[in-house]
Design a binder for this molecule. Sequence first.
Ligand SMILES: NC(=O)c1ccc[n+]([C@@H]2O[C@H](COP(=O)([O-])OP(=O)(O)OC[C@H]3O[C@@H](n4cnc5c(N)ncnc54)[C@H](OP(=O)(O)O)[C@@H]3O)[C@@H](O)[C@H]2O)c1
Length: 324
Amino acid sequence: MIKIAIIGFGTVGQGVAEVLMEKRDYLRQIIGDYKVVAVADSKGSLIGDFDLLNAIKIKRERGLPEGMDAMEIVENQDFDLLIETTITNIETGEPGLSYIKKALKRGKNVITSNKGPLVVAYSELIELAKENNCKLLFEATVGGAMPVIKLVNNCLAGNKILSIKGILNGTCNYILSRMEKEKMPFEQILAEAQELKIAEADPSYDVDGIDAASKLVIVANALLGIDAKFEDVEITGIREITPEAFDVAMEKGYTIRLIAEAGSNGLKVSPRLIPLQHPLALQGTLNALLIKTDLAGDVVVVGKGAGKRETASAIVSDLIQLYG
Ligand SMILES: NC(=O)c1ccc[n+]([C@@H]2O[C@H](COP(=O)([O-])OP(=O)(O)OC[C@H]3O[C@@H](n4cnc5c(N)ncnc54)[C@H](OP(=O)(O)O)[C@@H]3O)[C@@H](O)[C@H]2O)c1
């Protein structure tokens, strides 16, 4: 019986819980029996023998009851796997960094959707997992449902990865693809994106390129073997792009997209001219990566970069990698 603790019980944590219930029969055939033995958020928790569906209901209706806090659970409870889905902080990595470190030190496997801990301490965490004979998997941190980490590490095993570039922020791609079509100013489309909840009230994390740069740091570390830190990324966001810039680009057969690129020339996130027929000239909130390899040539992957079930898809794929 795999005992699972879910720390962080917001959109992604609840999405994982729902998929673990929905696909129970199927998953049992692949990974054996499992049980969620703890869920915790910033204010409360449920531990031991509780009904997972009811836990979601309680969380939504009145919040998890006060009780053992998340750190006490990670330090003291009996579990095999920590699913860490707390909020992102790319400066400190907290609170996820401490939870992940503690779990790995106890020899527990960890799956996370949280970029912060990996951006701040990638090598340290991977080393800690090795020392303690356990695993840290993080498919959900880059591109949500879009398979990237396993695609490169498994399907492209044996290849040298020459460079990876693409679209790692759906909000920016949504804004730019609407600017391309409707020739409206950045601020106007941003305001509409905020109304539609595609952009946050404080959009800087997305539109200033910080989110894409964080994912690029993880890509560089995990897939290119570069010991990169956030400060190593040269970042330009999309605030300065005008509808006129699209006119000029399109006359010559190009569009503009926020491209994150890691390769021999370093790490860069910036608006770039992309030929209109190019696979990275994507519309809407999709994410995409073009992976250049020595044997397989160019491989392009496109997918949904966010969403409750989409992110749960990546976490479940990590679960199957661990126990399947
Ligand atoms: N949403 C997506 O589509 C998506 C996609 C890929 C990756 N991610 C990443 O996945 C993580 C979770 O995202 P989300 O959308 O589920 O965020 P969310 O809805 O804001 O949920 C975050 C959860 O973390 C909990 N939390 C905050 N501080 C905590 C603490 N000190 N100890 C324990 N729990 C704490 C929150 O508690 P309260 O409920 O009490 O506030 C909440 O339950 C983030 O790192 C995000 O960047 C999200």
